[in-house]
Design a protein around this ligand. Structure first.
Ligand SMILES: Cc1cc2nc3c(=O)[nH]c(=O)nc-3n(C[C@H](O)[C@H](O)[C@H](O)COP(=O)(O)OP(=O)(O)OC[C@H]3O[C@@H](n4cnc5c(N)ncnc54)[C@H](O)[C@@H]3O)c2cc1C
Length: 534
């Protein structure tokens, strides 16, 4: 599929006459860019990187995996490190070209086939084959300064997370901060200089020294690189860090002039090193230096199930090579390679590895939670992965019914593992935003759960279900594009058939979300009769 992406053509499609205010007051989009349906996230990033000057501060609102296709990503949402300024990726789409069930070709936009345009934006698809889409390109408020901050909260993580949620929800500058939290390590992309980013976090009380050092230690390593040059670092090797940066102990701070370079760095850290265990998820061969076409000196000699990894992702040769390979739709960057986790499981390796298909609820997009809920979740399961993506900011500026994506109040997106933890779900259900009503939990369609999830239509699409059904019935009357867990116009009751409910109620457990929803569905069926919708 990715072979149909033509990155040079994408660059040629850039239309700077299309510009205007974006969702956060004071922010703007500066152009549109058109992509073939076969383009991946890394192709989009590379096209924007190459197609705009550094001074333009252009942003491609990609997610965290280079090989994810832009269509599936944006049909179900689209969350990444710049979502707080961009919104969901679907919020950026101005036009779709589509082939319908009868072979006709249509455009869906704000002015043409508006209902189809509405449904594509967050409805999960199923109305036709999308052949191209056009995205707005949002401009950073501080062009030429994109900063990546990685650090570990060593103490009192739950209090830090409570403060962080307050910051994301209330601080006027928080839209500059996107990213994720893995375990107790935030990994943030900030749209400004390193100094300003650190100052904003310091002013918000998020930089208390005790957070960064382990009990008994006075400081830990700090490393600051700007435009590929070490500005300061461990004192025996580099000048010591000064000013606000110096407060940010234990962190790695890297500032670049473009978003492309920052995202390439993150892509490398996440997918192309050995530090996280699974390496080279996107690599075709076992040798990542060969795949990237860079000198062997950049790669480790350690082999992990036959893979090596990049030693230092902040090197210019490495970043350049990732963006160059990202511009070539036939390169390995647009395709999943071997999943080392899965291999380990097959080989009887690390417990828990390779089990991503066992999750029971998919991902959530959580509204602001009570402070106490956060504390309890963290103390019950520190690795619950509440902050898989940050969703505050721009996505809140769109009405619940303006697109098919109804969730317009979220602060955190959770990874699938969060919904599998029954203790965490029990705590979440008691939060005042949920009030023990599992149907109030907001599902994230791009991180879809299993087909046995009952009442999934409301879980993903909320009050927009019936409009999606009407549009589907009108545009795909024969159900040609039906598939499991996609809104259907001909059979609207695909999952709430009681099968899952019976299975679950036999077990008598009240733990995970799937079970909670089953109970709710069984109960409402009893009240309403089996053929009425929820
Ligand atoms: C490793 C990994 C990392 C991820 N990271 C993120 C992330 O950071 N943020 C995020 O939001 N999501 C993320 N996702 C989830 C991802 O957005 C979804 O899995 C998405 O559905 C993938 O889309 P695709 O086009 O690559 O996949 P596909 O399986 O090709 O498509 C998914 C669905 O989209 C529809 N579709 C695809 N192409 C077309 C078309 N041309 N016309 C009509 N319908 C079409 C179809 O219904 C299809 O079943 C990640 C997924 C993976 C595997």
């Amino acid at each position: 599929m990715q072979y149909t992406c033509d990155v040079p053509k994408m660059i040629k499609s850039i239309d700077r006459s299309q510009r205007g205010p974006h969702l956060i007051p004071g922010t703007n989009y500066i152009a549109t860019i058109k992509a073939q349906a076969g383009c991946s996230n890394i192709n989009w990033l590379a096209a924007v990187y190459k197609g705009f000057g550094k001074e333009e501060g252009a942003i491609a609102a990609i997610g965290s995996c280079p090989s994810v296709g832009i269509v599936g990503y944006s049909l179900g949402g689209g969350l990444g490190d710049t979502s707080p300024i961009s919104g969901y990726a679907l919020d950026l789409v101005t036009e779709y070209e589509m082939v319908l069930h009868d072979g006709s070709i249509v455009t869906a936009s704000e002015n043409q086939n508006e209902d189809l345009y509405w449904a594509n934006r967050g409805g999960g698809g199923g109305n036709g084959v999308i052949t191209s889409l056009t995205f707005k390109v949002v401009q950073s408020p501080t062009p030429e300064a994109f900063t990546y901050l990685f650090f570990e909260v060593q103490q009192e993580y739950s209090e830090w997370l409570v403060l962080f949620q307050n910051f994301l929800s209330d601080n006027a500058e928080s839209y500059r901060f996107g990213g994720s939290i893995s375990g107790t390590s935030p990994s943030l992309v900030c749209l400004s200089t390193a100094e300003e980013c650190v100052q904003i976090l310091t002013d918000a009380g998020l930089m208390d020294q005790k957070v960064f050092s382990r009990p008994g230690e006075s400081s830990s390593e700090l490393r600051f690189i700007r435009d590929y040059e070490y500005i300061c670092g461990p004192e025996d090797e580099f000048p010591s860090c000064q000013g606000p940066i110096n407060l940010f102990l234990g962190s790695h701070i890297t500032q670049f002039r473009t978003q492309g370079e920052v995202q390439a760095l993150i892509t490398c850290n996440y997918w192309l090193t050995l530090s996280k265990g699974p390496s080279a998820v996107t690599a075709r061969g076992a040798d990542i230096c060969v795949d990237l076409g860079i000198d062997d000196e950049h790669c480790t000699e350690d082999y992990f199930y036959g893979f090596n990894g990049i030693k230092d992702c902040s090197k210019k040769d490495v970043i350049d090579a990732i963006l160059e390979k990202g511009s070539d739709s036939r390169s390995f960057m647009s395709r999943h390679g071997n999943d080392v986790n899965a291999d380990l499981t097959i080989l009887g390796g690390t417990p828990g590895a390779g089990q991503s298909n066992t999750h029971k609820a998919g991902g959530f997009v959580l509204p602001r939670l009570e402070d106490e809920t956060i504390r309890k979740i963290v103390s019950t399961s520190p690795a619950a992965n509440i902050g898989n993506h940050l969703v505050h900011g721009a996505s809140h500026m769109v009405a619940k019914d303006a697109t098919a994506m109804p969730w317009r109040n979220a602060v955190f997106n959770t990874a699938e593992v969060f919904g599998d933890n029954k203790d965490v779900i029990e705590i979440l259900l008691r939060d005042k935003s949920i009030r023990n009503d599992p149907t109030k939990i907001q599902g994230y369609y791009s991180y879809i759960g299993p087909a046995s999830l009952p009442n999934w239509e409301r879980f993903y699409f909320g009050d927009n279900v019936s409009r999606l059904q009407e549009i589907k019935a009108q545009w795909d009357p024969t159900g040609l594009f039906d598939k499991p867990m996609q809104i259907s116009g001909t059979n609207t009751d695909l999952s709430t058939d009681g099968r899952a409910s019976k299975k679950v109620s036999k077990k008598g457990s009240k733990g995970n979300l799937s079970e909670k929803l089953s109970k709710k569905v069984s109960k409402s069926k009893k009240e309403k009769g089996p053929n009425e919708r929820n």
